[in-house]
Design a protein around this ligand. Structure first.
Ligand SMILES: Nc1ncnc2c1ncn2[C@@H]1O[C@H](COP(=O)(O)OP(=O)(O)OP(=O)(O)O)[C@@H](O)[C@H]1O
Length: 362
């Protein structure tokens, strides 16, 4: 998921990654499951899947990783290949817009190879349908010609492991979802886990990091290793230019103020969403697309990048009637909620008995 935010300008905590960031990131990627911090449940489940496949001497079942950006889906895909001793081929949903694109990739795979498709929910429908057969039967029908003269030529494929990653598992059609033998749901990291991520990264980067410095950065990293690593590099810059070179609490506080990351880790986009919700819409309810237009951002970015964190922090409610500000939202912005605030009304069950956290309006 790219997740950069043109409307809100460059974001130091943006969870997307451009080319420079990707290079910096790959230097910090854990290479095996023992180096991979947190996600204990997923790690154990995956360990079993891979160990069993190794014991059988067969490629692992297809695996799906689901969760917000920056939590380690790509890293885990690489680990799957490494642990299976197999090469990794990388592609992404948006790059596969025709069945032929996918057929070309599949037919060039080697036996046992791991094919990683990032943003698998964004693949075109005809390619998706081709993938069903490839995943299940390790063969595809290549259609040659058009109209009544078209013929399907069956093509045998080597046995491979598909690793899919998605920030929106709900958008995957059931036939595709069901063909993954294992789905790992990645959750946000605890501050203590982020401290572990940061200490590991600091070692690799040769940065001197104090415990308090790590705690301060970890607390403001929105539960996301990618953001933790990025903030570490920015605080290191501050420490080198204006401080003693050591990343301690003082450096972390000062640097994160410069980069407009607040005490809870909210950045400019997060605050823009909350400000719009409270100041422009009196606390809502307001639809996602309207909110996105007001903050100058794509609806998908607001939905996949800002919202999961804001919802988890109790700073945003999703109701069948739209997004609503919650009591903590007003408090965080230092505002007083209007009387009979929208959230109270919106949290009442609607005609179908759904309350907050129910169906997700656009
Ligand atoms: N569990 C972890 N332990 C240590 N570092 C991690 C962990 N998870 C992620 N990282 C670090 O965070 C960065 C982002 O991880 P990754 O690219 O795997 O996320 P992602 O979920 O694939 O994101 P996207 O959905 O945007 O593709 C990586 O550089 C990696 O170093």
């Amino acid at each position: 998921m790219s997740g950069e935010t043109p409307g809100a300008g460059p974001r130091v905590v943006g969870v997307g990654a451009d080319a420079v960031e990707r290079a910096a990131e790959s230097a910090l990627r854990p290479h095996d499951l023992t180096e991979f911090v947190g996600q204990t449940v997923v790690r154990e489940q995956l360990q079993l899947v891979l160990a069993a496949a190794r014991k059988r001497g067969a490629p692992a079942d297809h695996v799906l990783f689901s969760g917000p950006p920056g939590l380690g889906k790509t890293t885990l895909a690489m680990i799957v290949a490494a642990e299976m001793g197999a090469p990794l081929r990388q592609s992404s949903g948006p790059a596969i817009q025709h069945a032929g694109d996918l057929a070309a990739v599949l037919s060039s795979l080697d036996e046992g190879e791991v094919l990683f498709i990032d943003e698998v929910h964004r693949m075109a429908r005809p390619a998706e349908e081709l993938l069903y057969m490839a995943m299940e039967d390790f063969r595809v029908d290549v259609i040659v010609g058009k109209g009544p003269g078209a013929t399907a030529i069956p093509l045998e494929l080597p046995r491979f492991t598909l690793v899919g990653a998605t920030t929106r598992a709900g958008l995957l059609p059931a036939p595709l979802r069901d063909r993954f033998g294992f789905t790992g749901f990645l959750d946000f990291y605890t501050p203590a886990e982020l401290v572990q991520v940061l200490r590991r990264s600091a070692l690799l980067l040769g940065v001197q990091l104090t415990v308090e410095g790590a705690e301060e950065i970890g607390r403001r990293s929105r539960g996301t290793p990618r953001i933790a690593n990025r903030l570490l590099r920015r605080v290191r810059d501050w420490a080198q230019v204006r401080g003693s070179g050591i990343v301690d609490r003082r450096a972390a506080r000062a640097a994160l103020e410069v980069y407009e990351v607040d005490e809870r880790g909210l950045d400019r986009l997060d605050r823009a969403v909350l400000e719009a919700l409270c100041r422009r819409f009196g606390g809502g309810p307001v639809g996602l697309s309207t909110l996105a237009v007001v903050v100058g951002e794509e609806a998908e970015t607001v939905e996949t990048v800002a919202e999961p964190f804001l919802v988890r922090e109790g700073l945003l409610g999703r109701t069948p009637r739209g997004r609503v500000a919650l009591p903590e939202t007003w408090a965080h912005l230092g505002l007083t909620p209007p009387r009979g605030s929208a959230w109270q009304l919106a949290l009442q069950p609607d005609d179908e008995g759904r309350g907050a956290g129910g169906a997700d309006p656009a």
